[in-house]
Design a protein around this ligand. Structure first.
Ligand SMILES: Nc1ncnc2c1ncn2[C@@H]1O[C@H](COP(=O)(O)OP(=O)(O)OP(=O)(O)O)[C@@H](O)[C@H]1O
Ligand SMILES: [Mg+2]
Length: 246
């Protein structure tokens, strides 16, 4: 990190309880510009809870989130998106009955003109831009008019990543994006993550597969029982060392 530069996103002293469960225990976390952080840990370690706090799904019971050094209170997922935080879950938020082009822009449709305050969607722009955005992530799809419901799981994740890149997210969060995918589809999605890193994008990649994290991330953060137990550059640690902390 350049001296004086604030991390793109940071959290300090986060606590989160789900009734009796203390899911986050004084968690400090940060991502600096241009790094992909791998977030690992056993089932129930608190990884998803942490990213749900960062993406406006949950509010922390204690602690503070910062975007580029400024304290923020992220109350909704929409607000997180407006702040440049895009999240892709294992079953992502796309609408299967809508086309690829419509899904790319859902909630953020470009308008042609506005008549008496009612905007008309710019379908031509949505089609053209979605073709470009999808090609940019090296995904080859027949047509932007195809329904998302007809895509494979890996292709859907590719469209979700293209969407995040199109809207120039500051931080792209991927929560186990390869769950339930075949080996071939998984390697495609890992390829997307490597591509993000090669393009200098900033992101958080949650995975149970330590090899995928070591192949595609710059730094690894491990959580266990609600706490951060390890935070090291990939080059300074090993899969064995990380396993020792889980
Ligand atoms: N909505 C919820 N209500 C109650 N408890 C929850 C809820 N979500 C998570 N928890 C609990 O909080 C703890 C942390 O869960 P979390 O989903 O953050 O773990 P995780 O590290 O993402 O695990 P996994 O690898 O299985 O996805 C667990 O004990 C879990 O059972
Ligand atoms: Mg999880």
């Amino acid at each position: 990190m350049a001296e004086g530069a604030a991390p793109i996103i940071a959290a300090k002293g986060l606590h989160k309880w789900y009734s009796g469960v203390h899911a986050l225990k004084n968690v400090d976390f940060y991502v600096t510009k241009g790094e992909i952080v791998g977030l690992v840990g056993d089932n129930g370690a608190g990884k998803t809870t942490l990213i749900k706090v960062l993406s406006g799904v949950h509010r922390p019971d204690q602690g503070q989130v910062f975007i580029e050094g400024t304290p923020v209170d992220i109350a909704t997922p929409k607000q997180a998106m407006d702040l440049g935080i895009e999240t892709i879950y294992q079953t992502n938020s796309m609408v299967p009955t809508m086309s690829i082009a419509r899904n790319l822009f859902v909630g953020r449709e470009p308008l042609t003109a506005s008549f008496f305050g009612i905007g008309l969607m710019d379908h031509a722009k949505m089609r053209d831009d979605s073709v470009k955005a999808i090609a940019d992530v090296d995904l080859h799809l027949r047509s932007p008019d195809a329904l998302v419901g007809e895509l494979s799981g890996g292709q859907r994740q590719g469209v979700a990543i293209a969407r995040a890149m199109y809207f120039k997210s500051k931080v792209l969060i991927l929560d186990e994006p390869t769950n339930h995918l075949s080996v071939k589809e998984t390697s495609k999605v890992i390829g997307f993550v490597k591509g993000l890193r090669a393009q200098g994008l900033t992101g958080i990649f949650i995975s149970h597969n330590m090899h995928h994290v070591f192949q595609s991330c710059d730094r690894v953060v491990a959580m266990a029982r609600g706490e951060v137990v390890l935070n090291k550059p990939i080059g300074d640690t090993s899969i064995d060392e990380v396993h020792g902390y889980l």
